[in-house]
Ligand binder design. Structure first.
Ligand code: PLP
Length: 478
């Protein structure tokens, strides 16, 4: 076999020859010699491998035109950013894998401005001395939460790690067994505790934890009591947990702080927007928590960040930890987060101005009207490959917030027109076709259908414009 491939390999053009082809010259003009040369090498190597395989069907076309075309394709593919926009039609508003919160224009502008030139990130303009990057955020956080002080790090996982390492190194931390949670992406409370250098003391049982369990766990080596907001699951049935106010009393009775990992951390009462109530940071502090940690890109609707708010002396200790330097936020995050916090100062208009709240509170009637507008357009582009229906559905808040609450929404439901046997593959092909659109469309597969929940579809025009590029092969290959 290897021998019969040898004469074919001799037909392979040299790298130099390909680089001298006029269309490849144009690519060098546009993308630079380094990239184009690398792609020529890759294309030739691919051809060599295909010939070596000895399968007559895989022998590539080695004409100048064909090789130049493949090089152009390879160059275009590598020039395309890997991270790009998608349409989130999964029905999960705060989708961690799709980048969580969509930022408001004010935050985008602030981040861009911070990126464009020098800023007073750590420079005190009043004194001309070195400043503190937290100074751009801490007063805003304090005003919105009632905290004495605040600091900000890269995300909430980092916030929890930093708080535990700063306040409980080589000491004990009692946590209810019902809160030893995994958030996903390998964030498990017991592992974080271990990495933070503190000793987890498990308290109570999975479903029930009482005051006395905590009292019994307190000792001379106890550094703090930790409460973790059960953000992505619920314990139902025969359950008991110690109220936050009571937990604070127990902690304070033993002269240690209560630390609450709130997770989503809303700054405003969501029920004013017709959404289910989620404990706010201010409420948690008012209940007696000494430190609260929460994410910037969940219900807060900002960039990825972890906010630590609470007692001034504790925040000072946290800021002195050298780990803080390793976990700090960059200037674009700080600029964007400050802009989002300023929007929160006016809760009356938050539902109009903050995309996360706007998407979460979008009325079902409006989404239904959108579904009815889009269904015929989808039907036209699908050309009978799938049956198109509109149907009510349930959206999720996502990112572990309020896991049992769902929001009434509307979807376009696409069901492949195949017999039961081919349906699985037809569905895979259909969702792959939507994902390979210029702006990938990501839906969810449910009950043998591709469900496109329209709650988060804001740029309807862009969505419709690209539908005609849907490439549907009707079975067979792939
Ligand atoms: C989401 C969440 C985290 C992790 O927050 P990130 O900002 O994703 O790092 C930690 N704890 C709780 C309770 C959460 O809900």
């Amino acid at each position: 076999m290897a021998n019969s491939a040898a004469p074919l390999q001799a037909a392979l053009p040299s790298v130099d020859r390909v680089l001298r082809l006029p269309p490849v010259g144009a690519l060098i003009e546009a993308h630079g010699r380094t990239v184009v040369t690398a792609m020529v090498r890759a294309v030739l190597a691919e051809s060599r491998a295909a010939m070596g395989a000895g399968d007559p069907g895989s022998v590539p076309d080695l004409s100048d035109g064909a090789v130049a075309k493949r090089v152009a394709w390879a160059v275009a593919a590598q020039a395309r950013p890997s991270l790009r926009p998608v349409f989130n039609l999964t029905g999960t508003v705060l989708h961690t894998n799709l980048g969580r919160a969509v930022l408001p224009p004010e935050a985008i502008a602030a981040a861009a401005e911070a990126a464009q030139g020098a800023t007073n990130l750590e420079f005190d303009l009043a004194t001309g001395r070195r400043g503190d990057r937290d100074s751009h955020l801490d007063a805003l956080v304090c005003r919105l939460t009632g905290a004495q002080a605040a600091t900000v790090v890269n995300n909430n996982a980092a916030a929890v790690l930093l708080v535990l390492n700063s306040l409980a190194l080589r000491k004990e931390v009692p946590v209810s067994r019902g809160e030893l949670i995994e958030i996903g992406g390998a964030f498990r409370m017991p592992d974080i505790m271990a990495r933070a250098g503190c000793k987890l003391v498990e308290v109570g049982t999975t479903n029930r934890t009482h005051d006395a369990d905590f009292e019994g766990a307190m000792g001379p080596r106890t550094a703090l009591i930790m409460k973790v907001h059960a953000s992505n699951f619920v314990v139902q049935g025969f359950t008991a947990e110690v109220a936050e106010t009571r937990l604070a009393e127990i902690a304070h009775g033993h002269h240690v702080p209560l630390v609450v990992d709130l997770g989503a951390g809303s700054l405003v009462d969501l029920s004013r927007y017709g959404l289910p109530h989620e404990p706010t940071v201010a409420e948690t502090l008012a209940n007696g928590a000494d430190i609260v940690t929460f994410s910037g890109d969940k219900l807060l609707g900002g960039p990825q960040a972890g906010i630590i708010a609470g007692r001034e002396d504790l925040i000072a200790r946290i800021k002195r930890n050298p780990m803080k330097r390793a976990l700090r936020c960059d200037k674009m995050t700080i600029a964007a987060l400050a802009a989002v916090l300023r929007l929160h100062a006016d809760p009356d208009r938050l539902a109009e101005r903050l995309p996360v709240i706007r998407l979460l509170s979008r009325p079902q009637k409006e989404i239904e009207a959108q579904a009815l507008r889009l269904a015929p357009k989808l039907e036209e582009c699908l050309g009978g490959v799938a049956k198109v229906d509109v149907a009510p559905c349930q959206s999720q808040i996502g990112s572990g917030s309020l896991p049992t609450e769902s929001l009434a929404s509307f979807a376009v439901v696409l069901r492949p027109e195949t017999g039961k046997r081919g349906r699985g593959r037809a569905l895979k092909r259909l969702s792959a076709a939507f994902r390979s659109l210029p702006v990938a469309v990501v839906g969810r597969i449910q009950d043998d259908s591709l469900v496109l929940d329209l709650r988060c579809l804001t740029d309807e025009e862009r969505f419709v414009d690209q539908l005609r590029r849907l490439s549907l092969d009707r079975g067979g290959a792939r």
